[in-house]
Design a binder for this molecule. Structure first.
Ligand code: PEP
Ligand code: MG
Length: 747
């Protein structure tokens, strides 16, 4: 039997469109669809299985199987052939279903009579919604054409589901984008926020998946692709001479935009009755499904490129640009797959919270979010697919949890949490101008970490006594070009002015490792955290460091200046960096610029090696600051960026505390001022322990100053030190349990 499959498929889609247009309840629509597919494909069975919840599929409509089984037969994800299609996203086509590994016999359906089985995923943009199955008695393999036709239909069913075609009275599935959804991600910035969704890239909605004039649709597709190619070529020509990575991405775009395979598949889809938009989206879905299976980074990136390109094409076709006319809510929670630091800064403090599908704790966007104290949850899988502009959303940055369209109970529990936080905030404000003096009378200096102009208002509002760490690289990271000396000195001068005489410790550029400047040639290193970074780069290629030191001296313009070199691993590195400082001073003196009223030059202690540097080093530096983030990662050999090992070793581990204590002792003996500026300084329990072992100058995120001061003012450090030492005597791995028992009630 030969068919003109294209005509058949168009006819099938034409009938599907009528079903879409009819006034009908969701269940009726599904029943009609299974009937029409069975008729059009001349097969005995057609069934639609949809997800009931994340783990369970339910038979929602069938033609040919026992009707009693509808809404009764369920299977778990991965269970049986249907479950396997849903889990893997791969088609199963067999002439011997009962003999196929994984087959699960469902007696209530009466399906044992059918040998041939073809199951295709119902998915939209990589999101699995269910499985569409046809079966027949005759032991046969379905042809490529039949598979293809079924895939096209599955795609339309997915679009219909998105448009809410199967909800309402007699609902076959619950309404999409209306249910409450919980996302478990990773916390990248603490704090709770409630607000309304603002999509960084609004979803494109395809309202016309089926078209009856393929010629017209082909024209529309070709026109849109031409427009896309011109756009990509324009981007390429303006990027010429620009950054290599960007060019590479654009070249990949061009490759896809001119790819015959991509075009051909979309043209075939249109030939079968899909609209141009639906054809683009079908290809995009396939690419996304592949993306989730591919582990090779290069391939994943290319699939990402294709995904971006499909988005552009969809926007051209639908005329739905980024400017959809939607108004940003007053309390926006930004939802994005990922976002760059510059884009995030554009939104600035207007955002109440941020939720990303990707990202990492140490990413630049996370650093900016932290600087702006905006709660941030990363790794919230599928959030961009689920959330719609204006949806109500709660972000729990402490737990890394996001509630989309929460029900009343969740919303009210969340309000309680926010009220408690507000109360605590009031408490912190009430002690803002009081010293961080412990019950035993020790004065601890609390400083803040900063890096952006946006941080500086916190100097007053947090009660910080100064800036213990100014991460100068942030200014380099948020630009797409190397800043000029005059730009930098202007900026540093503004920082000094805003600090109103409080001490600011400027750390010279700490790039390399996870902090890669977008406009500098990336170096391919097997272990970037152990690689060419920070002062190592500064000394090997001193141009930028010299420019920065000069900018700092000019910014000081006769005021006191404090400079710190990052990632010093041995004395000679410090000596060489200090020599650069001396040279810069001399140059400025000759040029007639005023020199700083006083100058302190110090080093960060971030590698265990420096703890064992000769005494002369400790005497040579004006001060030392422990960079706990790096020091801890090198002490335990556990990458601070790697989620698998990041939390494995406790800061209150006895070995680490003993190590820190030995540094404190050396500094005391040799008269070297010492402070601590890693993330742990901002965690109340850790901060109290650091103070107890003798670290009396702590630099942290501004938002942590209140909580840390609050606990310090209620703690007797002599007692806490005794608790730590006694716990250590017991041979415990971490002193945390003992410390927590002691501190209970003070937190
Ligand atoms: C540190 O390593 O603890 C530190 C403060 O520096 P950064 O986090 O910027 O590497
Ligand atoms: Mg560091």
């Amino acid at each position: 039997m030969t068919h003109d499959f294209e005509t058949d498929s168009r006819q099938m889609l034409g009938r599907l469109r009528s079903v879409m247009a009819e006034e009908a309840a969701g269940q009726q629509r599904l029943d009609r669809i299974t009937l029409l597919i069975a008729e059009e494909m001349r097969t005995e069975v057609c069934s639609i299985y949809l997800f009931r919840d994340e783990e369970t599929l339910e038979l929602c409509a069938t033609e040919g199987l026992n009707p009693q089984a509808v809404h009764e037969t369920r299977m778990r994800l991965g269970e049986g052939l249907v479950g396997r299609v849903a889990r893997t996203g791969a088609i199963i086509n067999t002439d011997d279903a009962p003999g196929t590994p994984g087959f699960r016999y469902m007696p209530e359906t009466g399906e044992e009579a059918y040998c041939a089985f073809l199951g295709v995923p119902i998915q939209r943009l990589g999101e699995m919604l269910g499985v569409l199955v046809v079966q027949s008695r005759e032991a046969r393999i379905y042809s490529d054409e039949e598979i293809y036709a079924l895939e096209v239909v599955a795609m339309v069913i997915a679009e219909m589901a998105e448009l809410g075609a199967f909800v309402g009275e007699g609902a076959a599935m619950s309404a999409r984008h209306q249910q409450a959804v919980l996302f478990r991600g990773t916390s990248a910035q603490e704090g709770a926020a409630q607000g309304h969704v603002w999509l960084h890239e609004p979803r494109v909605v395809v309202t016309n998946p089926i078209a009856d004039d393929p010629k017209r649709e082909l024209e529309r597709l070709r026109e849109a692709v031409d427009q896309l190619r011109v756009g990509v070529d324009r981007m390429l020509s303006t990027a010429v001479g620009g950054d290599k990575d960007q060019l590479q991405v654009l070249e990949a775009y061009r490759m896809f935009a001119n790819s015959k395979g991509w075009m051909r598949r979309m043209e075939e889809d249109i030939g079968r009755g899909l609209s141009a938009e639906a054809a683009v989206e079908k290809e995009q879905s396939t690419a996304r499904a592949r993306m989730s299976q591919v582990s090779d980074n290069y391939l994943r990136e290319r699939l990402h490129d294709l995904d971006d390109l499909s988005n552009r094409l969809l926007r051209i076709l639908t005329g739905q640009g980024n400017q959809t006319g939607a108004e940003m809510p007053a309390d926006p929670i930004l939802i994005a797959r990922n976002i760059g630091p510059a884009e995030l800064l554009d939104y600035g403090r207007s955002l109440k919270g941020i939720v990303l599908e990707e990202g990492s704790v140490g990413s630049h966007a996370a650093i900016v979010a932290r600087a702006l104290a905006i709660p941030l949850v990363i790794h919230a899988e599928r959030v961009t697919t689920e959330a719609l502009n204006g949806d109500k959303i709660l972000v729990d940055g402490d737990q890394g949890i996001v509630h989309l369209r929460p029900d009343d109970t969740v919303a009210s529990a969340f309000r309680d949490k926010m009220a408690m936080q507000a109360q605590a905030q009031e408490r912190y404000v009430s002690i803002r101008d009081k010293p961080a003096e412990t019950l035993c009378g020790t004065r601890v200096t609390l400083l803040m970490n900063a890096g952006l102009m946006a941080d500086l208002p916190s100097l007053d509002s947090s009660g910080a006594e100064g800036v213990g760490l100014f991460r100068t690289e942030l200014q380099f990271l948020v630009r797409n070009h190397m800043p000029k000396r005059a730009e930098l000195s202007g900026l540093y001068a503004r920082v000094m002015e805003a600090s109103k005489g409080k001490r600011v410790v400027f750390r010279t550029l700490d790039i390399g490792s996870d902090k890669v400047l977008p406009y500098m040639k990336a170096v391919n290193e097997p272990n970037p955290a152990l690689g060419w970074r920070a002062v190592r780069v500064g000394l090997d290629k001193p141009g930028v460091m010299r420019m920065q030191l000069q900018a700092l001296i000019r910014a000081a313009a006769g005021r006191p200046l404090t400079v710190m070199f990052p990632f010093v691993a041995q004395r000679e590195e410090y000596t060489a960096a200090k020599a650069e400082m001396d040279k810069a001073l001399e140059r400025e003196r000759i040029l007639g610029h005023p020199l700083p009223a006083s100058l302190e030059v110090g080093a960060m202690l971030e590698t265990p090696s420096l703890a064992f540097a000769p005494d002369s080093f400790y005497r040579e530096v004006d001060f030392l600051s422990i960079g706990g983030n790096d020091l801890k990662q090198f002490f335990f050999a556990a990458d601070r960026e790697n989620e698998l090992v990041r939390r494995r070793y406790d800061t209150l581990n006895v070995s680490f505390l003993t190590f820190l204590e030995s540094i404190v002792e050396r500094c005391k003996t040799l008269g070297t001022p010492l402070s601590f500026c890693g993330e742990d300084a901002g965690r109340p329990v850790e901060a109290a322990c650091l103070a107890a072992i003798g670290l009396h100058s702590l630099s942290m995120r501004p938002a942590s100053i209140g909580p840390v001061k609050s606990i310090l003012r209620r703690t007797d450090l002599t007692e806490l030190r005794r608790v730590i030492h006694e716990a250590r005597e017991t041979g415990t791995q971490s002193v945390r349990p003992a410390v927590m028992t002691y501190l209970r009630g003070k937190l």
